[in-house]
Ligand binder design. Structure first.
Ligand SMILES: CC(C)(COP(=O)(O)OP(=O)(O)OC[C@H]1O[C@@H](n2cnc3c(N)ncnc32)[C@H](O)[C@@H]1OP(=O)(O)O)[C@@H](O)C(=O)NCCC(=O)NCCS
Length: 188
């Protein structure tokens, strides 16, 4: 599965499954968003090779979905400018459920890459993992992410008040979900 997304800037972005060569790029992208300090409930960037590789092996061993967006004009590790992971639920009885996480590099936001990553991740997790329902959570202050999720058909199902505490501020956590079948019916 390889798709090319042409941005309004004319730049072509490759949307595809994660490979071993992407590990450094994915973590570089993740750490840059952590350093922005306002979107993820994570304080410290991940630097350890062991942790990066363990994550990759978990994705592959557990057949989880990780779709990456690659800017072909950039060199590794800066070429991975977006990623969307759908990991498995922790519960035996939740095999039909996937848990979505997504980030796009600050220089590439509002260009449609997030929507393209989610679209591909939803389709691939149904096709390859037989997932039926996808859940996610998001800071209540993250207007761009909430707007994108709602536009794509995710439904808000709850709010955990003051779930996170960062930089002396509490953040509410919004819980959302989507049935892939509903998404596919609306997006043939
Ligand atoms: C959230 C994120 C993944 C979205 O990716 P993206 O590539 O920017 O998404 P898209 O360009 O496909 O869509 C963004 C939409 O939000 C809209 N938007 C931007 N800022 C907004 C705001 N303040 N309020 C409402 N909508 C906003 C854009 O107009 C766009 O909608 P449109 O395509 O209908 O015009 C990306 O911005 C990101 O990584 N942010 C930081 C990390 C993060 O928040 N991750 C998610 C944690 S839950």
């Amino acid at each position: 599965m390889n798709q090319t997304l042409e941005l309004s800037t004319g730049e072509k972005i490759l949307i595809r499954h994660l490979s071993k060569v992407d590990v450094e790029g994915v973590w570089n992208n993740f750490n840059e968003v952590v350093e922005e300090g306002m979107y993820l409930p994570v304080i410290f960037p991940v630097r350890s090779r062991l942790e990066k590789d363990s994550w990759y092996h978990k994705v592959k061993n557990e057949k989880e979905i990780c779709i990456v967006a690659e800017a072909r004009k950039l060199k590794s590790p800066y070429n991975i400018i977006g990623q969307c992971e759908i990991s498995n639920s922790d519960w035996d009885a939740g095999l039909h459920v996937g848990v979505l996480g997504i980030i796009v590099n600050i220089k590439y936001r509002d260009l449609g890459i997030g929507a393209a990553l989610i679209d591909t991740a939803l389709r691939e997790s149904k096709k390859l993992n037989n997932k039926e329902k996808i859940v996610l959570s998001c800071f209540a202050t993250n207007e761009r992410a909430l707007s994108l999720y709602k536009t794509m058909g995710f439904r808000e199902v709850g709010v955990r008040k003051k779930q996170f505490y960062m930089d002396a501020t509490y953040y509410d956590e919004v819980l959302m979900e989507i049935w892939i079948e509903d998404y596919l019916n609306h997006n043939k």
